[in-house]
Design a protein around this ligand. Structure first.
Ligand code: HXC
Length: 286
């Protein structure tokens, strides 16, 4: 459904675009004609990423900016640099995140703060600066926030700072979607389930048995593919979705539904064995 010019005439900043899901989105957007700005803390990583993005690009360019999303002044300065380098900025993907596993009673205040600062304050900083640029310039624009399936409602044990930060980002998405609709600014979110990336897996999946348990919660029977997420992000950032705002799209192969009361029955045997079992139960009733 996309064509090579689906995102032509766009310049999109992807925070944390030097690796993982951020880089996958950057390459996908570039292949559909968008200019790309990526930012992060590690210059070497960003430099290599820009080469990869330019290889995938279709008539568009990519640049990197060394910036920590926690630093409001640097984000303001960087946004000025992007506008000066590309002539404009049309979209923002708040993708930079921090996370680690910890028993919450053992968290240090510094550990809680580091993650919430990156996830929530970082997303606010970039959104606030970009939103003000759009409003001052009387331009329309598009913001996409990466949250998680535990952002809404259920939270998650052992990742308390991330659960708190991402819930805040989702609240920001919906609050501003309403408040800034009058300026033609759309805000949406994507809630990915498990997509194996080096950054997340190293910090969140302790060993192979944990990985198997993780996988067993996904009724689709597999992890997500970065391409699938990048396609969804492309749709939301494109002119194909002009009336969608304040929405959070879950992409998780059904993992969030794993709490269903009788879902565990699926694990008691093969589908044929279960059917035999159900038949026996049915007969007993006769
Ligand atoms: C306990 C930890 C810790 C750990 C750091 N800290 N790692 N505490 N367990 N594993 C504590 C430190 O001791 C310190 O506390 C404080 O956190 C700050 O640590 P620094 O290393 O100084 O901070 P900084 O360099 O800013 O690094 C931030 C970080 C780091 C969040 C801690 O992991 C990072 O940069 N991560 C970015 C990449 C990332 O996390 N990617 C995964 C995102 S995945 P004190 O008390 O000394 O101050 C994701 C997806 C979720 O979000 C959904 C998955 C399904």
């Amino acid at each position: 459904m996309f064509t090579s010019d689906t995102l032509a005439d766009q310049t999109i900043l992807i925070t944390g675009g030097g690796s993982g899901l951020g880089l996958a989105m950057a390459k996908k957007f570039a292949s559909f004609g968008s200019n790309i700005a990526i930012c992060g803390r590690t210059e070497e990583k960003l430099k290599n990423a820009v080469e990869e993005i330019e290889e995938a690009a279709n008539d568009s360019t990519a640049k990197y900016y060394v910036a920590d999303v926690r630093d409001y002044d640097r984000i303001e300065e960087m946004t000025g640099e992007i506008v000066s380098d590309f002539g404009e900025m049309t979209g923002l993907v708040n993708n930079a995140a921090g996370n680690f596993l910890s028993a919450s009673e053992d968290l240090s205040p510094g550990g809680f703060k580091a993650v919430v600062d990156i996830v929530l304050h970082g997303s606010f900083n970039c959104t606030h600066v970009f939103g003000n640029y759009l409003i001052d310039e009387e331009r329309e624009g598009n913001i996409l926030n990466m949250v998680t399936t535990y952002s809404e409602g259920i939270g998650s044990a052992f990742v308390l700072p991330s659960a708190c930060g991402k819930a805040g980002v989702l609240a920001m998405t919906r609050s501003l979607a309403y408040e800034w609709a009058t300026y033609g600014i759309r805000l949406n979110a994507i809630a990915p389930g498990p997509f194996p990336t080096k950054g997340a897996w190293e910090r969140l999946v302790p060993d192979e048995s944990a990985e198997q348990k993780f996988l067993s919660k996904i009724p689709a029977g597999r992890y997500g593919d970065k391409e699938e997420l990048a396609n969804l992000a492309t749709f939301l950032m494109s002119d194909m979705a002009p009336y969608i705002t304040g929405e959070c799209v879950v992409i998780d192969g059904g993992e969030r539904l794993s709490a269903g009361q009788f879902n565990f029955i699926d694990k008691l045997g093969s589908r044929e064995e279960l059917k035999g079992f159900f038949k026996m139960m049915h007969k007993k009733e006769d």
